[in-house]
Design a protein around this ligand. Structure first.
Ligand code: GKR
Ligand code: MG
Length: 493
């Protein structure tokens, strides 16, 4: 039976709870937030000029349903959501090209017991609006009760009328909105829980089964620099020689022992050639190719057959579960996805149709770290492999990814990361904790996530956000502003 509440409460009657919440929401609505108008390619849009802070006030906040006595709770008193932008490079993909800045949102939670926790998520305006909408309702929750946070998020999102804001420029749109919104709060809650009990997040997730996490070197076709700007520190990579040279530098600098090529940019023949070039240059590295669904079923089958014995897995060659299943019947290598299985609802049809061999988890859209572990249990049950997807991200997310991978035994593929594409001065954490040795990051062993916020850096990147004029990731729009004839096609070949 489905009641008005997603998780029927045994606590105080709903009417009382609702009344005090609306009183609380009214108070919060009156809190001062200043706005600036930003010029964007789509005209002028209104945007808060300051980080959004939920004021400290527990007055009128209803009791949580947790049976833990009040003195042992660590209740959320304040949530700060700070949109930030960090410099990005002109990385090409099948929907366009990365813009000059990548957007993220940093979530800070504070408790009445003096603990603070960090989360990181997408910075698209509709997503930030949703974070702000739910943050109000999380004040007062015991930080150990993430189930209660999730319940309140689901309820709060019933009022959500925004669209889009998936943070992936249209490449992943079917993920669950409540799970995407929950994710940074779940991570920040775990960060605090770890600090309270004096243990790293990996311990809270069941314990680390590995002390370092291997990542794959994520190769992109790219321009030498953003048009109209100086060239960046990475050369152009627009053919096989460029991709092989990029891989050589990435392996030399970071020690990666697996490589992934972001495809869907040039013709399948050119991308096959690039993969064969990589195989020649790196005879022992597992190789992956990911065109983000740019190919028809027939093209995917041709590519898969040509690359027999070369790829560790072929990622999202074609769109959709049914298309992937048709490809999988005809190609020899495992098929992986972060596009056709992006929420719990997708798992059953994908298994039923035999669409994939490997699911790429991503705690940013699978509901945080514990729900990503629920996915891990499902993949184990169905004999599927588990890997990890990434998008442009900063250190808080990297720490979360590392703890998750450490404590998830069957997450044993080298994980994806966009880390090498970020300049070292473009992060919000105090440097030093997360570094790559032989393609892997050591799992932090200090309490919580093990990373610390650099407030000056946060302010600097927030300032960049306000100045850059971007409110949503839009790889296609940016490409079309540079090459008006560019068309978004799916599939493209
Ligand atoms: O950063 O351009 C990119 C990637 O294409 C990214 O957005 C994808 O979501 O890396 C991702 C993937 O594996 O599909
Ligand atoms: Mg992918």
């Amino acid at each position: 039976m489905r009641s008005a509440s997603p998780f029927p409460s045994r606590g105080s009657p709903r009417s009382w709870r609702d009344k005090s919440w609306s009183r609380c929401a009214c108070l919060l609505k009156r809190s001062a937030i200043s706005y600036v108008r930003l010029r964007t390619p789509r005209g002028c849009e209104r945007q808060p000029a300051t980080p959004f802070i939920v004021p400290v006030s527990l007055e009128g906040v209803p009791a949580v349903t947790s049976p833990i006595v009040a003195s042992e709770r660590h209740r959320v008193t304040k949530i700060t959501i700070t949109p930030i932008a960090f410099r990005d490079l002109p990385l090409l993909n099948t929907v366009g090209v990365h813009e000059t800045f990548a957007l993220r949102a940093i979530v800070e939670i504070e408790t009445d017991s003096g603990f603070t926790g960090l989360g990181e998520t997408y910075g698209d305006a509709p997503h930030i609006a949703r974070l702000r909408m739910v943050a109000r309702d999380l004040v007062g929750v015991d930080i150990f009760n993430v189930s209660e946070m999730r319940r309140r998020i689901i309820l709060a999102l019933r009022a959500d009328t925004t669209v889009g804001g998936h943070g992936m420029s249209g490449m992943v749109t079917g993920s669950s909105t409540p799970d995407r919104v929950l994710s940074p709060f779940d991570v920040a809650a775990l960060d605090i829980q770890g600090k309270v009990v004096g243990r790293p997040v990996s311990d809270l997730l069941g314990g680390a089964v590995r002390s370092e996490i291997a990542f794959s070197g994520y190769l992109f076709y790219k321009w030498a620099g953003h048009p109209g700007q100086d060239e960046d520190s990475w050369d152009a990579a627009l053919d096989t020689a460029g991709i092989v040279a990029q891989a050589q530098r990435m392996v030399a600098d970071f020690g990666f022992t697996a490589l992934k090529l972001k495809g869907g940019v040039f013709t399948p023949e050119e991308e096959i050639d690039a993969v064969l070039g990589l195989r020649k240059a790196f005879p022992n590295h597992p190789l992956r190719l990911d065109p983000n669904g740019a190919w028809t079923v027939d093209t995917s089958i041709n590519v898969g057959q040509v690359l027999d014995g070369v790829l560790e897995y072929l990622e999202d060659p074609t769109p959709g579960i049914t298309g992937m299943a048709a490809v999988r019947r005809e190609v020899p290598m495992p098929l992986a996805t972060n596009m056709c299985v992006v929420s719990f609802d997708d798992v059953a049809p994908a298994v039923r149709e035999g669409a994939v061999d490997v699911i790429l988890s991503d705690h940013h859209f699978w509901g945080g770290l514990r729900r990503s572990q629920a996915l891990a249990g499902i993949t184990e049950t169905f004999g599927l492999g588990l890997s990890m997807h990434s998008n442009s991200h900063l250190g808080i997310s990297l720490a979360a990814m590392v703890h998750l991978a450490a404590a998830t035994p069957n997450l044993d593929y080298a994980c994806d990361t966009h880390w090498p594409w970020k300049d070292t001065d473009q992060d919000v954490i105090v440097p030093g904790v997360l570094s790559f040795h032989q393609g892997a990051v050591a799992v932090p062993t200090t309490p919580g996530l093990g990373v610390e916020l650099d407030r000056d850096a946060l302010a600097r990147l927030h300032e960049q956000y306000l100045k850059c004029g971007l409110l949503n990731r839009d790889d296609t729009g940016y490409m079309q502003s540079l090459q008006p004839e560019y068309e978004l096609l799916s599939p493209r070949w």
